[in-house]
Design a protein around this ligand. Structure first.
Ligand code: FBP
Length: 262
């Protein structure tokens, strides 16, 4: 990692990345709880909330919608991604070049690496190419580090998540995004293994306000830099309200109780 390479997608050195690549990764089913969010405009409007430091989208969404929001929203270009229709060993096609992402206005790139997959070698080599191109264009680098595939059954054990954050450091990510490993102690270990690179927690499937904010509070207290979240925001009836709460927890060090009252 390069110190401050992620400056454009952080606020006070912390981050809340709104992930919106679910139409590719999971399909339209993810929009059913809040059908308005099938419309990318609705999510770009959410991304104008003060709490959001960047929105992570695929190329087509960026090309079609980002020009209307470029003054108010910071773009994180998610370069690779796979549909849920793919039934093979975990892999991810590279859908977007760094050069084109920079032209569209990205401030950072996002890249998934499935450590442990039969495709790990090629994914890491693709990441290397993207990471070096990102450096040439002064873009921050965020790795979605999700070990899975072959015999890897429980991809959220403390050891696996610590290995995930370490992969991010070793391979040159500025920020590594991992699933919550289940406890503050395990998260702290994962943060320690990331050295001077940063760690953000992945939002996961929708949970209730209290549980979600408590997990984010625990992750922050354990040294995480923030959150990259999709469903736990846009599947809610009132996404702005949870963004208010997340802003309090991540940037204002609020307790869960205070954040619920915001
Ligand atoms: P969520 O907060 O909704 O979990 O989104 C984070 C994310 O990494 C998205 O960027 C991506 O679409 C999704 O999770 C992939 O989740 P998985 O591969 O575990 O199904």
């Amino acid at each position: 990692m390069i110190p401050h390479a992620d400056e454009a997608i952080t606020r006070d050195d912390k981050s809340l990345i709104l992930a919106y690549d679910h139409g590719l990764e999971h399909g339209p089913v993810d929009f059913e709880p809040n059908p308005a969010t099938a419309d990318p405009d609705r999510v770009f409007e959410l991304a104008t909330h003060d709490a959001v430091t960047a929105v992570a989208v695929q190329k087509g969404i960026a090309e079609g919608y980002y020009p209307s929001y470029e003054d108010d929203v910071t773009l994180l270009a998610k370069l690779n991604g796979t549909s849920n229709l793919w039934m093979g060993e975990p892999n991810s096609s590279v859908n977007w070049t760094v050069e084109n992402a920079a032209e569209v206005g990205a401030d950072a790139i996002g890249f998934t690496v499935y450590g442990g997959s039969n495709h790990e070698i090629e994914m890491v080599e693709e990441f290397r190419e993207a990471q070096e191109a990102a450096r040439e264009h002064d873009l921050g680098v965020v790795m979605w580090s999700y070990p899975r595939g072959q015999g890897l059954k429980n991809a959220t054990t403390p050891d696996t998540i610590a290995y995930s954050t370490r992969l991010g450091l070793e391979l040159g990510a500025d920020i590594t995004k991992v699933k919550y490993p289940g406890s503050p102690e395990a998260m702290n270990h994962a943060v320690t293994m990331a050295g001077n690179s940063k760690v953000v927690m992945s939002g996961g499937s929708k949970t209730d306000d209290q549980d979600f904010l408590a997990t984010v509070r625990n992750a922050m207290d354990a040294g995480a830099n923030g959150l990259a979240v999709g469903r736990n925001v846009f599947q809610r009836d009132n996404p702005e309200q949870i963004l208010d709460g997340l802003e309090a927890v991540i940037f204002e060090e609020a307790s869960v109780k205070d954040a619920l009252d915001v």
